[in-house]
Design a protein around this ligand. Structure first.
Ligand SMILES: Cc1cc2nc3c(=O)[nH]c(=O)nc-3n(C[C@H](O)[C@H](O)[C@H](O)COP(=O)(O)O)c2cc1C
Length: 204
């Protein structure tokens, strides 16, 4: 998307400018559409996920915002069937691909090199997880977030299977594959969840 906009941005003709405006609107709509149509997918076709698509998901994940731009994360790509089965535990899956999204507490030191940032890594890694889900959906893949942290038993089991050092804390495992089901996205929009200016305040 950004590449397309950059390329169009180089056009100086009137025609080129017009084209840029149209493309921007269409791309904005496509981005919102991608967010609104994502839904958790738990059944997958027996079809591997291409490395190019994995790379794009990882790039999208690492484009997420992080507190003090510390990027306190690590991603473990898992396509080995045995490991997938070991990690799936009580929720078996036929996903051909998992990505474990972990916090890296060694990367939570403030730029002054002294103090540690409090647990913002959880929010940072969650933002990366959502970006990854959206990138999966945008590429025709289905995915579901399965939670590890803060259930410390799950964290320990996952870290053990993946041979993680102490500083690497699995927050989520995203299951990914080509969808073999097509559930409707849930409509979760509720006016009652919104206030204006103060809690309980109404829209003017
Ligand atoms: C923190 C978190 C943990 C989740 N853990 C699981 C899980 O362990 N197993 C699962 O099937 N889905 C899990 N989900 C997926 C949710 O069930 C799903 O996002 C929710 O029902 C809303 O549906 P949607 O993703 O289709 O919008 C988790 C989602 C989040 C955000």
């Amino acid at each position: 998307m950004a590449t397309a906009m950059l390329m169009l941005g180089a056009c100086t003709t009137q025609e080129g400018e017009k084209q840029e405006a149209t493309t921007d609107a269409t791309e904005n709509q496509a981005a919102i559409e991608n967010i609104m149509t994502r839904t958790s997918i738990r059944q997958y076709k027996n079809q591997p996920v291409e490395q190019e698509k994995i790379d794009i998901m990882l790039k999208a994940a690492m484009a997420a915002p992080t507190a003090v731009n510390l990027q306190p994360w690590h991603f473990i790509v898992i396509n080995d069937k045995k490991t997938i089965d070991l990690l799936s535990g009580q929720q078996p899956t036929n996903a051909p691909l998992l990505i474990a999204i972990c916090g890296d507490t060694d990367k939570t030191t403030m730029p002054d090199g002294k103090s540690k940032l409090p647990d913002f890594w959880v929010q940072d890694v969650s933002a990366a997880t959502e970006n990854l889900l959206l990138a999966a959906h945008a590429q025709g893949l289905g995915a579901v977030w399965t939670g590890c942290y803060p259930i410390m038993e799950r964290v320990a089991e996952t870290a053990n299977v993946l041979n993680c050092p102490k500083n690497i804390i699995p927050l989520a495992i995203v299951r990914i594959g080509y969808p073999d089901e097509s559930p409707e996205p849930k409509n979760k929009f509720k006016e009652e969840n919104i206030s204006y200016n103060k809690f309980g305040g109404k829209k003017e």
